[in-house]
Design a binder for this molecule. Structure first.
Ligand code: NDP
Length: 325
């Protein structure tokens, strides 16, 4: 089994330094075989969200592994997220309880606010487009409710996703329990150096979503009726491919190792067992200074952002929309 390293969290918990992403994994057969392959290979860190509509399936598989005794609950690290429709102090408890029920868990390891902008709630995890209203509720009020979930034992830790530096600072200055992590889009073409430095200085673990540059993203855009966009495509980049050849690794492994060397936790998604195994095998080699310099040179800044949430236009009306428009 692969020897995965850990990131220490403030209360002594440990986050495995790589996790399995599960966005766009809703096909039962595919997701079950992916999770089985991942757990077999040695993944213990699973990332999901209420809006991925797969918590119940993940719960079924985890329950199978836990009840068979093949893994213990304390070996697992499960993250899920408060949806945009849950961004109201009165809805945090409702949504975390639903996630726990679906995941068949007594507690989460990490509960994140998914996005700094919220919408109205009409009884479904995602508010239908024809009923949507953007709601800008005070982050501090919502954070207090997140802290209460730790007090109640429903989650070991709490954190943020897609928040910008100003928004994180405000929480840090006013919280009782600080966020342990920031989960943001981060890959060789969007390295977010300033934000990473800020997080590390303030003891937030940085978790990288779309660490491979999500080559499947245009399928998602198509599914919501939007045109595809140009993607970073670093898996095919000759610089990455040459470094891969040099280390006898795949381009995907190079892109993931690049983040690990920067003290960042990648959560690559795959439903392909061979790739799942490959993506975990990144702890037995290192990149040298020349490799790192070349990979740093792939930075393209904001123009390389993939998941810009522009597929959800009302969110951009909020003063709390976190990315440059
Ligand atoms: P990734 O960068 O992880 O890319 C996933 C895509 O890459 C899939 O199409 C997968 O195909 C393919 N792939 C995986 N491994 C390889 C490989 N070794 N070689 C070639 N192709 C590969 O993108 P995601 O956007 O999915 O990000 C990862 C996770 O981060 C998500 O699944 C989710 O859990 C989280 N996330 C969080 C967000 C947030 O707002 N907080 C937003 C977006 C993602 P296949 O599955 O067919 O193998």
């Amino acid at each position: 089994m692969v020897n995965v390293t850990f990131k220490k969290m403030p209360e002594g918990q440990k986050m495995p330094a790589i996790g399995l992403g599960t966005w766009m994994s809703t096909n039962e057969e595919e997701l079950v075989s992916a999770l089985d392959a991942a757990l077999e290979a040695g993944y213990r860190h699973i990332d999901t969200a209420a809006v991925y509509f797969n918590e119940a399936l993940i719960g079924k598989v985890l329950n199978k592994w836990l009840s068979s005794g093949k893994i213990k609950r304390e070996e697992l690290f499960v993250t899920t997220k408060l949806p945009i429709a849950g961004m109201h102090p009165d809805r945090v408890e409702l949504f975390i309880k639903q996630s726990l029920e679906d995941l068949q868990l007594d507690y989460l390891d990490l509960y994140l606010i998914h996005f700094p902008v919220g919408t109205n709630y009409v009884g479904s995890v995602v508010t239908p487009p024809d009923q949507i209203q953007v709601e800008t509720n005070d982050h501090l009020e919502i954070w207090k409710k997140m802290e209460e979930q730790v007090d109640a034992g429903r989650t070991k830790a709490i954190g943020l996703s897609n928040f910008n530096q100003r928004q994180i600072e405000r929480i840090l200055e006013n919280c009782r329990i600080p966020p342990v992590c920031l989960q943001v889009e981060l890959h060789a073409s969007l390295q977010q150096k300033e934000l990473v430095e800020f997080c590390h200085k303030n003891n937030l673990i940085v978790v990288a979503y779309s660490p491979l540059g999500n080559p499947g993203y245009n399928k998602f855009l198509e599914s919501v009726g939007q045109d595809g966009k140009e993607l970073p495509n670093n898996l095919q980049n000759p610089i990455v491919q040459n470094i891969a050849k040099k280390h006898n690794k795949s381009p995907g492994q190079i892109l993931l190792r690049f983040l690990i060397e920067k003290n960042i936790v990648p959560i690559p998604k795959s439903v392909t067992p061979k790739r799942i195994e490959e993506n975990l095998n990144v702890f037995d080699f290192s990149l040298d200074e020349e490799d790192l310099e070349q990979l740093e040179g792939l930075e393209k800044g904001e123009e390389a952002r993939i998941c810009d949430f522009k597929f959800f236009p009302p969110l951009r009306e909020s003063p709390e929309f976190p990315f440059p428009l």
